[in-house]
Design a protein around this ligand. Structure first.
Ligand code: GLU
Length: 508
């Protein structure tokens, strides 16, 4: 039997989740579900300096909104508690020390100021400083300080870090499901810090130790982590965990709509679309970044949009429910090339999903908005209204704009249209139409249509003109669904009231 599929989403609470992060979570989820495996949420919060309060809650809320469900991890528990790295602090030190004992890592005592001087020296020669094979012998560490002295420094609580000892002249192989075989020369790597002077592990150590302890089978993460992977592969080797090493899959970058460069957290509101799942208010600057939820996206649409940013189903099919995504997803069909975010396409997807929402559900949503405006309407009416307008909505938050005239008579009219259509006969035509409307007993759209069309025909009127004028007087502008259906929903009295009011108020 193969290894159980166990994947994890391991965000750092250093800011709100960007849609790139959402995609990583989604692909992990789809992969876990497809393979009847586990999906774990682990919070990687070992870097206290970069911690931003509220982001852990934000991440969980965003995943819940999108229905990307993890079955183990923070807030849920499981066999490998705790799932927050700051609560696992005690675990990591022994692993760092184990590597020191086996000669794969070493203590280093260089102060930040000393490192800075080295960096500047190199910069002045137009070189970049690398703590590693060629420089470690000129630094303050286990290679240059006697063992006894080192122990003394540690006992005296002097600040130290533990660094990995990168081997000379080795080729490190990464077998990536998406990228194939990637080879890296060890000389390109530096002796990264594994354990910091504040007693916390770095991302690299904690990430590898936890993936091992939590029995992770596949590491699916963004391409930005590919450069760290050789180091991770070495750590698996140094710990003697090569057989347990997960398989890697590095997801392609998300690009700006014009394809020029990475889609960054700052781009969203600049380019006119959200890059965050939920609205985010920066706790310090109070700057607001828009979110998909608040911008009126349907979560299912967001998943569908994001799923296709990198994964190619290999067919023309574009609309996928979550179950269909689970069914069809595979890492082999994730491409290497960066994918552009296409806002127009995102709008199209959202529209497709909104038009499929059932009328009762949409009516409930509308009713909540009406309640906040202290407007009452019958459920039956709301269902009819939603049926009429949902095809005209791209975003959920357009619902009030698209339906306001059902509940309130217009306070302004599109004057340009009215002026264009108005002539001296219009007022009398409208009066006659009011008379006709009054005579209708059932006031169903079919009946209204019959009567008005007959009136137009008998009097040899221009149907386009009459209908447009009526529409503007009822709706306020020359748009909206079928006019006679609007008449039926707002009712006889209200329809007559609006036509009479408009006839009186509009002056050419
Ligand atoms: N904590 C890393 C992040 O914030 C996780 C990278 C990984 O999945 O290994 O993205």
């Amino acid at each position: 039997m193969g290894k159980r599929v166990r994947v994890r989403f391991a965000p750092s609470p250093t800011g709100p989740l960007h849609i790139g992060g959402v995609r990583t979570a989604l692909y992990n989820y789809l992969f876990a579900k497809k393979n009847n495996g586990d999906f774990i949420l682990r919070i990687e919060d070992t870097d206290k300096n970069r911690f931003v309060s509220g982001t852990e809650e934000y991440i969980i809320e965003a995943l819940n909104w999108l229905n990307i469900k993890f079955n183990e991890g923070v807030g849920i528990g499981g066999n490998h508690v705790p799932y927050k790295q700051s609560e696992r602090e005690d675990i990591y030190k022994q692993y760092a020390q184990q590597l020191v004992k086996s000669g794969f890592a070493y203590y280093a005592f260089d102060t930040p100021e000393e490192l800075d001087i080295k960096r500047k020296e190199c910069e002045s020669r137009k070189e970049t400083f690398q703590y590693g094979i060629s420089t470690r012998n000129a630094m303050k560490n286990s290679f240059t300080i006697e063992e006894e002295e080192i122990q003394k420094k540690i006992n005296n609580n002097e600040h130290y870090v533990i660094r990995i000892k990168i081997p000379a002249g080795e080729i490190i192989h990464i077998n990536d499901i998406i990228r194939g075989n990637v080879e890296v020369q060890s000389s390109q790597l530096d002796d990264k810090v594994l354990f910091k002077s504040d007693g916390m592990p770095t991302y690299h150590l904690a990430n590898v130790v936890d993936d091992y302890l939590m029995k992770i089978s596949h590491v699916i993460r963004g391409e930005e982590w590919l450069p760290s992977t050789p180091l991770h592969v070495l750590l698996y080797k140094y710990f003697g965990w090569e057989n347990e090493m997960p398989l890697f899959a590095h997801l392609p970058l998300l690009l700006k709509p014009d394809g020029k460069g990475k889609l960054s957290k700052r781009d969203g509101d600049k380019l006119g679309f959200p890059v965050f799942p939920l609205q985010w208010v920066d706790p310090v600057t109070k700057e607001i970044s828009s979110g998909y939820r608040e911008s009126g996206y349907v979560p299912e649409a967001v998943n569908n949009i994001i799923a296709l940013l990198g994964w190619n189903p290999g067919s023309e099919k574009e609309i996928f429910s979550m179950d269909e995504l689970i069914e069809e997803f595979s890492l082999e069909k994730v491409g290497k090339a960066g994918c552009r975010f296409d806002y127009e396409k995102a709008k199209w997807f959202n529209h497709q999903y909104i038009s499929k929402i059932n009328n009762e559900e949409l009516a409930e949503y509308l009713n909540e908005i009406l309640k906040s405006k202290k407007i009452n309407s019958s459920k039956e009416n709301l269902i009819k209204i939603c049926e009429l307008i949902k095809d005209r909505m791209n975003f959920m938050n357009e619902i009030w704009d698209k339906s306001e005239y059902f509940f309130r008579q217009p306070t302004t009219y599109d004057e340009k249209v009215l002026k264009d259509k108005w002539n001296e006969n219009i007022p009398s035509t409208l009066n006659n139409i009011v008379g006709k409307l009054k005579s209708i007993s059932g006031f169903t759209s079919a009946e209204i249509e019959n009567i008005i069309k007959e009136y137009i025909q008998v009097n040899n009127l221009n149907a386009g003109t009459v209908m447009t004028v009526l529409r503007v007087l009822i709706v306020g502008k020359n748009s909206g669904p079928e006019l006679f259906k609007i008449f039926e929903i707002i009712g006889k009295e209200e329809t007559i009231k609006r036509v009479e009011k408009g006839t009186k108020e509009f002056k050419v």
